[in-house]
Design a protein around this ligand. Structure first.
Ligand code: WTA
Length: 645
């Protein structure tokens, strides 16, 4: 994917100081913010917290008992109130809160007053269905404003939401509902994706065959409503709202009450429910949105992430609404009906701040410059990137072709677990280097350490002290929380990311050091894919790895041994791919499957994934001396090369 103009730029090792015009108007202009925050981290966060509404002020800013942090202890607040009522009280009810475009081109918008009304009514509907503070509600919806309404309504009454990405299968949905013991599921009769309908309600029906905690289902009508409804269990969104009043007091929640659960992939076969709570998460989202995206009254902010992922939680819904900004939501695919859909949207809504993922940027590059060049992108003033390391070529392309050379790019590093951005430029002060997330947000103590936990130029990215939006645990599994995040290097938060620092102290993220993959920005674990494969009756053993992919970052390669008497035919290959898609979702479908008589193992029986990675990447095989049988790996390599060319 080379581009002559870009190649020339790369050779210059250019740095990009903020343009003067940007710097002059930026929310943060003084380098001293870093020093001040470092001097007194708690005071730094308190200042942001004080800009928000608390029913009762907090007594203690941080209670840190490693690995358990509590923020704004004793304070009582409500996120829904802060996202909505706070703006109405200030007379900003007529400001647009959400602009929405459906994939077929339908449009809607909601002002803060309108969104407030919808949320109040839906919150009342939840209450009348018996949902109470502390309950869990699963949201399995398309990207429609009602998803944001449902989240804010849960937050209003103190029920935790668990949003499950619409691309997950019925089985994956069932696991998540059961793990969270949700009482209610909110879904839709379908959602648009690349011109076809995702059968959300049918998936819910299938999932609920084995989900005993669910008492009711609310169905938003996005399509024609022609889906079976189960009497006594299913209710249309409109019916649920009937007769509900438009005032609904926001619960005065303790700062540490659970706001949401979000399932994400780790290093085991079972996704973990990451727990986020109210006060700290709110302050972290508010602060990072304000400073990093530099939001102003007239901005139109578009984060293109699906709300099914953490980026959508923090930067489509909570961060922008806490800031009283206008947030844009788009339902569908970037290439529907044509590859210029995103640029059309930016032109049409005059988007000024645009936040997307490197995987998307690389696809746009491939589709060609003529698409963005055919649209008026002059409204853009700031760009963002998230989800994977952005390669310098993609960065430069984004800067030149989308940003017209005038927009700073904030490359933001964070995780589902961190709740909000932890490493990122501040666009009015940071000199950018393409490919680097630059430096920790003020108040964040990030470091790069070696295996012994000593500071190092390259090694693991760790966070030394707690931050407001950090996960409070893994739902129902406190032991794993401690083990995964706080034990690898004792006393610090282990991110699972490799990182190096340059002579200016800039952070360069190098990708995961564990078995977590990013496939088109979606987080998956190799173990999850392996468990799905061995679940097939024909499979004896499976090992999955991520192989570098030009656009998706990772392609999934699975090495499979079949049970005796089962043939490794092309049909079997197709069946296994389908099986994984059914178990997890289409995003996890392996790109390549190679049947093997045996997998390379150490003498103690451990599969050597490192060697499988060498095979898939076409590299010279690494050290094979610990293998029980070195011939296996050589013949696998030959087989792979034959098949994949
Ligand atoms: C990766 C997404 C490099 C990283 C918000 C992290 C990044 C994982 C960046 C979390 C970035 C995210 N540069 N890598 N700017 N942002 N990552 O939970 O490996 O879906 O650990 O959260 O994405 O993925 P998650």
């Amino acid at each position: 994917m080379t581009h002559p103009a870009i190649e020339a730029l790369l050779k210059e090792e250019r740095v990009f100081p903020p343009p003067d015009s940007f710097r002059r108007q930026a929310n943060v202009r003084e380098e001293s913010v870093y020093e001040e925050a470092a001097k007194d981290r708690l005071k730094f966060w308190e200042k942001f917290a004080a800009e928000l509404h608390w029913f009762k002020p907090w007594k203690q800013t941080l209670d840190w008992n490693l690995p358990h942090a509590k923020w704004f202890v004793g304070g009582r607040t409500n996120l829904s109130f802060n996202c909505l009522d706070r703006h109405l009280i200030r007379g900003r009810g007529d400001k647009k809160a959400i602009l929405w475009e459906g994939e077929p081109g339908d449009q809607r918008s909601l002002t803060y007053a309108e969104l407030h009304r919808e949320v109040a009514r839906f919150a009342n509907a939840l209450r009348s269905l018996g949902i109470r503070r502390g309950d869990r509600v699963t949201l399995y919806m398309p990207m429609v404003p009602e998803l944001a309404v449902a989240m804010l309504s849960c937050a209003r009454i103190g029920a935790a939401h668990s949003v499950v990405f619409g691309g997950f299968s019925a089985e994956a949905l069932r696991d998540r509902i059961n793990d969270s013991q949700s009482k209610l599921v909110v879904t839709a009769d379908g959602g648009w994706r690349r011109g076809s309908v995702i059968p959300l309600k049918a998936n819910v029906d299938e999932a609920l065959s084995g989900a005993p905690t669910v008492e009711g289902v609310i169905v938003f009508k996005r399509m024609d409503g022609k889906v079976p409804m189960k009497g006594g269990r299913d209710l249309w969104w409109e019916e649920a709202l009937k007769g509900q009043g438009d005032s609904s007091p926001a619960e005065e929640l303790e700062s540490e009450e659970m706001l949401y659960l979000l399932y994400t992939s780790g290093t085991t076969g079972k996704p973990k429910g990451i727990v986020h709570t109210t006060g700290g998460y709110m302050v972290g989202c508010y602060a990072t949105t304000k400073w990093i995206f530099d939001l102003k009254e007239e901005d139109c902010f578009w984060c293109s992430a699906d709300i099914g992922w953490v980026t959508g939680h923090s930067y489509v819904v909570y961060g922008p609404l806490l800031n009283g900004a206008t947030t844009l939501m788009y339902e569908g695919a970037p290439d529907h009906p044509e590859g210029d859909r995103f640029w059309k949207i930016i032109e049409k809504y005059r988007v000024s701040v645009f936040y997307t993922a490197p995987t998307a940027i690389r696809a746009f590059m491939k589709w060609g410059d003529q698409l963005p060049k055919g649209r008026d992108l002059s409204s853009l003033r700031l760009l963002g990137s998230v989800g994977e390391p952005i390669n310098p070529e993609a960065w430069i392309w984004y800067h030149e072709i989308i940003g017209g050379g005038r927009c700073p790019i904030v490359d933001t590093w964070w995780q589902t677990e961190t709740g909000h951005i932890l490493i990122s430029p501040l666009p009015g002060i940071t000199t950018l280097k393409p490919g680097s997330a630059t430096r920790p947000f003020p108040g964040i103590e990030a470091e790069v350490v070696n295996d012994q936990g000593e500071l190092s130029e390259s090694g693991y990215l760790v966070i030394r002290s707690p931050w407001p939006g950090m996960l409070r645990g893994i739902y129902g599994d406190p032991k794993r929380y401690q083990e995964i995040y706080w034990s690898r290097i004792p006393g610090v938060y282990f991110t699972g990311d490799g990182c190096k620092r340059d002579r200016d102290g800039y952070f360069w993220l190098l990708g995961r050091v564990d078995d977590v993959l990013k496939v088109s920005g979606h987080r998956l674990s190799t173990m999850e894919i392996e468990s799905a494969l061995v679940d097939h009756p024909g499979v004896a053993e499976a090992a999955a790895i991520g192989k570098h992919h030009e656009i998706k970052e990772n392609a999934i390669v699975a090495f499979v041994t079949l049970k005796s008497g089962v043939a490794g035919s092309p049909q079997m290959e197709a069946e296994l791919k389908e099986h994984v898609a059914k178990k997890i979702g289409a995003i996890a479908r392996p790109d390549h499957i190679l049947f093997a008589a045996e997998l390379p193992k150490t003498r103690s029986g451990k599969i050597m994934r490192r060697l499988l990675r060498d095979i898939a990447e076409g590299r010279v095989l690494g050290d094979t001396t610990t293998l029980a049988d070195a011939t296996i790996v050589q013949s696998l390599k030959e087989k792979y090369e034959d098949k994949e060319g």
